[in-house]
Design a protein around this ligand. Sequence first.
Ligand SMILES: Nc1nc2c(c(=O)[nH]1)N=C([C@H](O)[C@@H](O)CO)CN2
Length: 124
Amino acid sequence: MMQDVIFIHNLQLLASIGVFDWEKQLLQKLEVDVELLTDIRPAASSEQLHQTLDYAAISQRLMQLVQSQHHDLIETLAERMAACLLAEFNTPQVTLTLRKPGAVPAATTVGVRICRQRQEATLD
Ligand SMILES: Nc1nc2c(c(=O)[nH]1)N=C([C@H](O)[C@@H](O)CO)CN2
């Protein structure tokens, strides 16, 4: 069973995000954690970056996606991020947490967590 994980924790992004008009006029801080299922053994034995999931490339892609357009809901952005990672990187499953720390002043943070699998994925 494939159970290794490449992860990125607390990737900080500036995004045009929110349902209210004032939120369309500025950028707000978002934080992302992602975990991508993989098998690290081929890369571990070959030491070849192309045989694993490049966390720098994944981070770059998420930053690019966030900057591409305004999103009203963090749900929409989280789904787009997970779909993008499943389509463009060699992983059968993505778990993603998206936080919007400034959204509720009385709370440390708020957000969503989703787990999405590739349609044709078999996990064992
Ligand atoms: N479940 C959600 N609730 C709310 C969202 C959201 O994206 N998902 N967004 C807002 C506003 O944009 C808010 O962040 C402004 O402070 C409210 N609730």
